[in-house]
Design a protein around this ligand. Structure first.
Ligand SMILES: Cc1cc2nc3c(=O)[nH]c(=O)nc-3n(C[C@H](O)[C@H](O)[C@H](O)COP(=O)(O)OP(=O)(O)OC[C@H]3O[C@@H](n4cnc5c(N)ncnc54)[C@H](O)[C@@H]3O)c2cc1C
Length: 346
């Protein structure tokens, strides 16, 4: 493992924010992780774990050791008639893992096609799209505790998945390095096509009895038509979560704003699309210097080139304030804010 010094992270985050890491290393094994932890301890530097950098916003240079997790490998660890437990190294790209599962006639994650980033980051925020979250297929994960170097296995009950949440975004934030994730995938395919435009696109594709591959193709098609490609314009997907409010609050808002959409989150709460709120306060397609709000999907904040992390942060705060003032709803950030103060020492 090579430890490099004063490395720009511009190519390592999809917002394309140009900050520097004091130290940077790519880890390819558990041994590399242990070696890196020893280095950071000796150098008295905190650690940032990085996957594909598609859900982070850097707002300062990092006087830290940045570890890019490149641990690879996909293998079945158990198999029966209905189910295969598939293990994947944290550094596998998520979409490649989805395609691998489909090629091997396994189903369960086809709706999550084309989500950027790595397998290791997927449990962090319980990635979700088109009616599926990884919570539904999660078996377990293996991680190293940064402060002790010890290995730990996390089962579903330990991870405490929620909507774009897990224990790793809350009480255990920054404290573990995930190196392997195990998934329960199904050998028989039960299509989940109720969400969004999937049915419409499948019809256009003439697929009345869709396979997992057909659903994956439909999802890819929809995502490519709606979301900006980070290779063309810097972004991290949805910047905010969709707010969830009590039914009574929603009913009152609906009286004042009859077009306000809402979807049951559970028996007593309604999820409101943040995109509607942001568009309604006039931010859709607006620019603020080198950054702005995407003109097709207002939930996505973009860096048109040369924008700083703090420019994006300032824009996000203005949007939060306007939504709070008009709707009395506080928009919560989905993207992880990273600066010198948010990191953990080994
Ligand atoms: C165009 C676009 C579309 C997107 N669409 C979706 C979507 O539909 N649904 C969705 O849920 N998300 C979506 N995202 C967000 C993002 O792709 C996911 O959150 C993804 O899981 C992030 O993976 P990553 O490897 O890039 O994580 P990073 O951005 O590198 O890291 C995210 C966080 O996880 C931590 N982390 C990363 N790897 C590890 C590890 N191995 N061990 C411990 N901690 C780790 C980091 O420290 C950081 O706090 C989208 C992003 C983009 C750019």
């Amino acid at each position: 493992m090579k430890i490099q010094e004063n490395i720009s992270l511009k190519a390592f985050n999809t917002f394309g924010i140009d900050v520097k890491a004091k130290f940077f290393a790519e880890v390819e094994s558990k041994n590399d992780i242990i070696e890196a932890l020893t280095f950071a301890k000796t150098a008295k530097k905190p650690i940032l774990i990085l996957g594909g950098g598609s859900n982070v916003l850097f707002t300062s240079d990092l006087d830290a050791l940045v570890l890019k997790v490149n641990i690879r490998g996909i293998e079945p660890i158990s198999q029966d008639k209905d189910k295969v437990i598939l293990a994947a190294g944290a550094g596998e790209m998520w979409h490649d893992f989805v395609l691998y599962s489909i090629e091997n006639n396994l189903s369960g994650i086809e709706n999550l096609s084309l989500i950027p980033g790595t397998v290791g980051a997927a449990p962090m925020q319980n990635i979700g799209a088109y009616g599926v979250e990884i919570k539904a297929v999660f078996h377990s994960l293996e991680a190293i505790k940064i402060c002790s170097g010890r290995t730990q296995i996390f089962l579903p009950a330990d991870v405490n998945f929620g909507y774009r949440e897990s224990v790793f975004k809350k009480s255990l934030k920054g404290k573990y390095i995930i190196y392997k994730v195990n998934f329960n995938l199904s050998t028989s395919h039960v299509p989940n096509i109720s969400y969004g435009d999937i049915q419409k696109v499948l019809k256009e594709m003439n697929q009345a009895k869709p396979t997992a591959k057909n659903i994956s193709d439909a999802v890819i098609n929809i995502r490519q038509s709606k979301l900006p490609d980070p290779k063309t314009v810097g972004n991290a997907g949805s910047f905010f979560k969709n707010p969830v409010v009590p039914v009574e609050v929603y009913k009152k808002l609906k009286q004042a704003y009859p077009t306000l959409p809402g979807y049951p989150s559970d028996a007593s709460q309604i999820k409101i699309p943040a995109a509607y709120l942001i568009e309604n306060v006039g931010w859709k397609g607006k620019k603020l210097g080198k950054v702005g709000v995407h003109d097709k999907q207002p939930l996505v904040l973009v860096n048109y080139g040369g924008g700083k992390g703090n420019d994006i942060l300032e824009l996000s705060r203005k949007i939060q304030l306007d939504v709070q003032t008009k709707f009395n709803i506080s928009l919560e950030r989905e993207v992880n804010l990273i600066n010198d103060k948010s990191l953990i020492y080994p």
